[in-house]
Design a protein around this ligand. Structure first.
Ligand code: PLP
Length: 358
């Protein structure tokens, strides 16, 4: 199978942003997108790369009613020499398939889908910002499209990929954020869909985000849903704490999204001979380490920001400072190394980088 390609006519192409320093996040989309359809009797069919357009969907489409909707996010990076890279893209499609299995949705062929993505990125190559930091954000989505208002796994699906240039996540520099521990809301519970990149998880998280924002905090630190005792994730990122010389991230207990950045951080820190643990980590252990001066660093990990240092933690009415509110050396080193690998500026010891140009 090969995707059919219809190019946008030159006069239908959108103006490209000229100032990469003014790019926001997720507002602008390129000239083309990829779609393919699924029917239970046919499998995946009709893969097309075509000019970006609105979708036409029946109002009864099941995604609108029962939230069979999953997605993936990754980026394409272009360095000063014009080389374009993806970072561990097959892992995104494997993770999408894991989400698909949990939500009774069809899996995609990873190699084929990746080939279509490469074609799409190269077709819109001129949209990729040529700078370290800004990148082309890629969003792959699968939705249930069978027109039916009764609860069952849909028999029809649409898979699509849209893309858009995004700015550097830290236009003002790499400064620590303030996070808010919520005991009122939970993100996900073991047995649920917290380990999937499923749209419903984000709808469920908005209220807590709003509460944190009202208090002046940028992200929510989620605790486990059963005991409200163990840390799970921060906002829509994974979380790491450096306590003494141990770098700790919560183990993948079933309610935590298995981040690709999380996995990259673990592998790099191990390569540097750091002591890395994936284990249950209670908020009490963190607070106790903080009071003894052992909490050295805390940071979030995810595709959008790579590494996001944490400077303050609000918990039960009090604010706790991490590393004097400054970015720690491990956070900084991880950020720099990952960025250099992504932009082809450093040897890629793990084979994470996929070059799209020669
Ligand atoms: C996407 C996401 C992450 C980070 O995953 P990456 O693969 O590193 O981008 C972490 N937690 C949640 C809830 C997410 O949606």
């Amino acid at each position: 199978m090969q995707p059919r390609i219809t190019k946008a006519s030159p006069d239908a192409m959108k103006p490209k942003p000229t100032d990469v320093s003014k790019l926001g996040f997720g507002q602008i989309f390129t000239d083309h997108f990829f779609t393919m359809k699924y029917h239970i009797n046919k499998g995946w069919y009709d893969p097309v790369i075509e000019p970006y357009r609105s979708l036409k969907l029946d109002p009864a489409s099941m995604c609108f009613h029962y939230a069979q909707e999953i997605f993936e996010s990754l980026k394409a990076y272009k360095n000063q020499n014009g080389m374009v890279y993806l970072f561990r893209p097959a892992d995104n499609f494997h993770r999408m398939n894991a989400s698909a299995r949990r939500l009774c949705m069809p899996e995609v062929d990873v190699d084929f889908t990746l080939r279509c993505l490469k074609n799409l990125v190269l077709l819109d190559n001129d949209w990729i910002p040529k700078a370290t930091g800004p990148a082309l954000y890629i969003r792959a989505v699968m939705i249930a499209t069978e027109p039916a208002v009764s609860v069952h796994p849909s028999n029809e699906y649409l898979f699509y990929i849209i893309m858009g240039p995004v700015g550097a996540y830290y236009p003002q520099g790499f400064n620590p954020t303030k996070i808010y521990v919520t005991r009122e809301y939970v993100r996900a519970v073991r047995g649920g869909i917290g380990a999937c990149k499923a749209a419903g998880n984000y709808a469920a998280s908005l209220k807590a985000g709003e509460a944190a924002s009202k208090m002046g905090y940028s992200q929510v630190l989620w605790l486990d849903a059963l005991e409200l005792k163990y840390v799970e994730e921060v906002g829509t990122s994974n979380i790491f704490f450096l306590i003494g010389d141990e770098l700790i991230t919560p183990n993948l207990s079933g309610s935590i999204l298995p981040g690709i950045t999380r996995d990259s951080v673990i592998k790099m820190a191990k390569l540097w001979n750091m002591k890395v643990s994936e284990r249950p980590l209670s908020i009490d252990e963190i607070m106790s380490a903080q009071s003894k001066g052992n909490l050295k660093e805390a940071f979030a990990s995810g595709t959008a920001a790579i590494i996001s240092p944490i400077g303050q933690i609000f918990y039960e009415g009090k604010e706790y400072v991490v590393n004097d509110g400054k970015t720690g050396t491990v956070s900084k080193k991880l950020y720099n190394e990952l960025l250099q690998i992504q932009y082809g500026e450093k040897e890629d010891l793990f084979g994470w980088r996929v070059p799209l140009t020669e």
